[in-house]
Design a protein around this ligand. Structure first.
Ligand SMILES: [Zn+2]
Length: 126
């Protein structure tokens, strides 16, 4: 992993000053930060991080590498937090086997014991 490269979450900052601290174990302070760090984790294939930031009630047992996804970019459309509930709407672009796709999702996040967790997401039409 190249820490001096621009962060894959497209914040415009270097990875070391963006998602790296969350990947290294610090607690993301907002749902948007967690969302960005999870996107970067998808790009880097950090399955342990993805599972660790997934809420226990909705977390899959494991993540597979079966589909070779190439992530192309992230755009955060809207992010908010109210109490222990957070919501982030985003569009992620990716390619599978050379074909481009777009994922437009509204994700829900929940704050528990000092950390935000990804709960679930609703697909939206672009
Ligand atoms: Zn980032």
């Amino acid at each position: 992993m190249l820490k001096n490269k621009s962060c894959p979450c497209e914040s415009g900052r270097e990875y070391a000053d963006c998602c790296a601290p969350w990947h290294d174990g610090a607690a993301a302070t907002t749902p948007e930060q967690l969302m960005r760090s999870r996107y970067s984790a998808f790009v880097f294939g950090l399955h342990d991080y993805l599972l660790a930031t997934w809420h226990a009630t909705t977390r899959p047992e494991a993540m597979s590498d079966e589909e070779p996804v190439r992530w192309l970019g992230l755009k955060i459309k809207h992010a908010q937090a109210a109490g222990v509930n957070g919501e982030v709407e985003f569009i992620a672009r990716y390619k599978i086997a050379g074909k481009a796709w777009k994922l437009h999702e509204r994700s829900r996040f929940i704050y528990e014991e000092g950390r935000w967790y990804y709960l679930d997401g609703e697909m939206l039409n672009s």
